[in-house]
Design a binder for this molecule. Structure first.
Ligand code: NAD
Length: 326
């Protein structure tokens, strides 16, 4: 069914943005994708795709022209190795993107605006052991966000709230917990742990040893990208204006993650723990009570099913690039 709203997805050349364009086009929306780069692995399904730099106010005004709903996903970001080593540029770029995008949306009469925040806004003092209490939305304060990236996300959440309160722009805020899936970055330094593990195991031979950052006992929950885009769309259409978690609530360690991928790959894999590498917080899980209440829904796809698709895709990419052992 054709939808009447005209939709903008920023960060449409990136991992989640690309999947979101696919999801919204399939639902009948007319979608404009914007990014500084085109999607790496296939053409964007968006009906329009514009290369714009959203750090620039004028480009944000161009991006938001004749748009009803904005999904603002554009951000300078990456896995823990990248965000730990690039705090200044991450904060600089993302504060400009978020401030200019909100103001452009207001000036152009956008009706709804969704901001993609992160579990990185939650305080370090609540994430100090592997068997942590799941994080519910209220736990954000008193604030002690992840240095750099997390503080900017928390600031942008506040900015959304003030644009809603002061100007009546209907803002929605989603806090992602480790989204993974095919067509995401899997090498080059910006990749996250599920993609990195799939790549390392795909390139390993049966019985090989792979590097794992830290002692591998740090815990996380991982959400497959198809669930993520379904949740984003549901939140955009809801009346709920406060920040909402979007993730899975099955807590596993990085060591367990490696074992699951190894099983999918049907390889015996040993781990060499590199204690000098950054690992982020010790444990992090999502409390999905509010998610279920607000959306009447929660992520459905199991970690094993999602990892199988992700592993197959990364393996296929490496094979196509001649980067697998014969
Ligand atoms: P991604 O890096 O694949 O996508 C982000 C996109 O933003 C990239 O394509 C990048 O080119 C684009 N971008 C950066 N600077 C830009 C600029 N100045 N103008 C226009 N486009 C620009 O990341 P992703 O995983 O798809 O994440 C999407 C959003 O979700 C981001 O806001 C991210 O912070 C947030 N998030 C993601 C996760 C996750 O697990 N993937 C977790 C928490 C939050």
């Amino acid at each position: 069914m054709k939808q009447s709203e005209r939709v903008l997805v920023t960060g449409a050349g990136g991992f989640i943005g690309h999947h979101l364009c696919q999801h919204l086009v399939a639902k009948g929306y007319t979608v404009r994708g914007v990014d500084v780069k085109k999607p790496e692995y296939e053409e964007s399904p968006a009906q329009e795709f514009e290369l714009l730099d959203l750090k620039r106010r004028d480009d944000c005004l161009v991006a938001t022209r004749e748009i009803d709903h904005v999904y603002n996903l554009a951000a300078n970001m990456g896995g823990i190795g990248f965000i730990e080593a690039n705090k200044a540029v991450i904060m600089h770029d993302n504060v400009l993107i978020n401030a200019h995008m909100l103001e452009a949306a207001r000036l152009q009469g956008v009706r709804r605006y969704l901001f993609t925040s992160s579990a990185c806004i939650y305080p370090g003092y609540r994430q100090e052991s592997p068997d942590v209490e799941p994080l519910c939305e209220e736990h954000a304060y008193p604030a002690d966000a992840e240095d750099g990236y997390g503080w900017e996300k928390l600031f942008a959440e506040r900015l959304c709230r003030h644009y809603r309160e002061d100007y009546g722009l209907e803002t929605r805020i989603v806090r992602f917990h480790n989204i993974f899936g095919p067509k995401g970055t899997y090498d080059g330094g910006r990749e996250k742990s599920p993609a990195a593990m799939c790549r390392k195991i795909a390139q390993a031979l049966d019985g090989d040893t792979i590097d794992v950052w830290g002692d591998g006992e740090q815990t996380r929950s991982y959400c497959f990208v198809d669930d993520c885009v379904e949740g984003i769309h549901r939140l955009m259409l809801s009346d709920y204006a406060e920040p909402l978690n979007l993730g899975q609530d099955r807590l596993i360690s990085v060591n367990e993650l490696v074992d699951i991928v190894a099983k999918i790959a049907q390889k015996q894999i040993r781990k060499r723990h590199d204690l000098d590498k950054p690992t982020g917080v010790r444990g992090r899980n999502s409390d999905n009570t509010r998610l279920r209440e607000v959306l009447g829904w929660e992520p459905q796809i199991s970690l094993e099913a999602g990892l199988e698709k992700t592993y197959d895709w990364i393996r296929g990419q490496l094979a196509a690039r001649g980067l697998l052992e014969p």
